[in-house]
Design a protein around this ligand. Structure first.
Ligand code: C5P
Length: 400
């Protein structure tokens, strides 16, 4: 079920074809999608909000706020929430407003605020559809990167016959399903991913660790599974749901992580080290709790093995090793140095200077750098989207 859990904003505008949209909502819901309906005022003349809210199990919005209690239907929040926005049917007026940014209703303000892919399915009478104004608006929308779901030729409500009939709901669902389907491009490959912090014991109750949440590594592991890889996720202690379809090896310290990685390395094709490995561990983990003495205690530290460097030194032909780096200054230069000193093929650089990127957040912004020096910077996006960008980069760089 490709659409399971996908958040879809469905914008309905004023066209007679709106009568087909309850069926479309039903089909999307059956596939497990989460559907938020927005209607233009004109759309309400063709289909009732009650029908749509009942089917979508969510209130349907037309106005930016509720006139009774003043509650705000934020177009920005909805635009950020969605994985995909679909405008169906898109009337001639709505196409014109979208193409020209005329934000005089909630559907258009949300469209302008949406950061997700947008699909639009026009529906109108034959002559309206063929008018140069409509055709130009459609081309403009496509030039913005919006995806056209072209209308069909057929019988129209006016009695005329020709192009302008809204694509059938099951075919619209098919287009969206196809968009989310990920090709099994890593089938037959084993991907080793590390995630989370390592925890270095001081005594039975205390430890040295860091703020890594593991979210980026887990998102990478889920993405590799989607692409059909055999995935081994070696994880330090985190509080995250484990993605389905992979082998999880839980570890605690850097030494445990090195041991598990070494066991899995030889048979791996791609290694992505997203774990925040503690650079140092206490010289000796005390077996009993250290008591207060009144003196200043001194903690002697020993350097941990560099796991990725150790793996890179054992590399076999055809293996790709990708590290992560978190830098605060001279970021790109330092990341490039790490590619050399650790023997990596590529590095994914997180910057603590970017708001919303790095530790604990659900979003990230990264620069992916290949050992040749070529690099690619992403926008601030969810860690899931970043994970897919990282694998696109790996697969393109290494022709996998
Ligand atoms: O040197 P630095 O910690 O910045 O390098 C980050 C990269 O090296 C990450 O991919 C991290 O997982 C890896 N690393 C490692 N072993 C260490 C320290 C870092 O594998 N002891």
């Amino acid at each position: 079920m490709v659409l399971k859990g996908k958040k879809i904003l469905l914008g309905i505008s004023g066209s007679i074809a709106a009568y087909k949209i309850p069926i479309l909502v039903r089909l999307l819901m059956k596939e497990g999608a989460d559907v938020q309906v927005i209607m233009t005022p004109a759309a309400r003349d063709f289909v009732t909000p009650l029908t749509l809210s009942t089917l979508s199990k969510r209130p349907v919005f037309t106005e930016p706020f509720n006139p009774v209690d003043g509650s705000w239907n934020s177009h920005v929040d909805m635009g950020n929430w969605a994985d995909l926005m679909l405008i169906a049917p898109a009337s001639a007026t709505t196409l014109a407003k979208m193409a020209n940014g005329i934000a005089d209703n909630l559907l258009i303000t949300t469209y302008l605020a949406a950061v997700c892919p947008v699909f639009f399915a026009p529906a109108m009478d034959l002559d309206m559809f063929q008018h140069p104004a409509t055709q130009r608006n459609i081309q403009t929308l496509q030039s913005y990167g919006n995806h056209l779901i072209a209308p069909r030729d057929g019988e129209l409500a006016s009695g005329l016959c020709g192009a302008g009939r809204l694509e059938e709901p099951d075919a619209i669902v098919g287009v969206i399903r196809k968009f989310f389907e990920v090709p099994q491009s890593l089938a037959g490959k084993k991907v080793l991913i590390t995630a989370g912090p390592t925890v270095e014991p001081i005594d039975p109750v205390r430890f040295i660790s860091n703020h890594s949440s593991g979210k980026m590594g887990y998102a990478l592991a889920a993405e590799a599974v989607k692409r059909g890889a055999e995935v081994v996720l070696i994880s330090g202690p985190v509080a995250l749901e484990v993605p389905k379809g992979l082998t999880l090896r839980k570890v605690t310290s850097a030494q445990d992580m090195l041991q598990a990685c070494t066991e899995e390395f030889e048979s791996s094709h791609v290694v992505v080290m997203a774990a925040a490995v503690a650079d140092y561990r206490p010289d000796k983990a005390e077996t009993s709790k250290i008591k207060k003495t009144g003196h200043k205690p001194v903690l002697q530290l020993t350097e941990n093995p560099d796991i990725i460097k150790t793996l890179a030194s054992m590399r076999l032909a055809g293996q790709f090793i990708v590290g992560f780096a978190l830098e605060t200054d001279d970021e790109v230069q330092n990341a490039m140095k790490k590619i050399d000193s650790k023997g990596l093929d590529a590095i994914v650089l997180n910057s603590l200077n970017d708001r919303g990127a790095g530790f604990g957040t659900d979003t990230n912004k990264v620069t992916m750098i290949h050992r040749s020096g070529s690099s690619l910077i992403t926008k601030l996006e969810s860690k899931e989207v970043i994970a897919s960008r990282v694998f696109d980069f790996i697969q393109e760089s290494f022709d996998l």
